[in-house]
Design a protein around this ligand. Sequence first.
Ligand code: ZN
Length: 169
Amino acid sequence: MRSEICTCQGLNSNCKKCFGSGFVSTETVNKSASKSADYKKGKKKQQFESLISENLDLLSKNEVEEIAIKIIGGLDLKSKKQMQILNAIPFNTTTFRRDFGDKFELLGLIEAEKQHLRNELLIVDQEIMLKNYKSNFKFKHFLSDKDLDVTSNRQLKELIREYKKLKNN
Ligand SMILES: [Zn+2]
């Protein structure tokens, strides 16, 4: 069965279209003319929302921290989803790239968003340093500070292995 990537990218576990899987069957997509199909046609470029307001320098310490926490929360959530997707790919088969192309596509979309969030976090971090604040934000997910190369089977397998090791300790 062909499937398309859901607009929520599987990040909303209560999603009525994909129920948190991130994928909807093509039939449903055609019927509802969902936006997700537009991703592939390139009609709708992936849009990145900025969590940073323009007047970052005017914000209080708490407000800046709140933004940082939001960004980190986003990175953690997307990382968790990426790991779920990775765990659902049978890397021991020879045709997983072909059979699970949509999963790799979703991984890549999420990775692009994570890259955007990392860039934002960098800006917030600079502001925190400028203000001489101390910050010790911590990522809650293993993948949050990892750059995923979605094209590298080796790197992906290594990350899964490392993650499992970490979980078992
Ligand atoms: Zn969805």
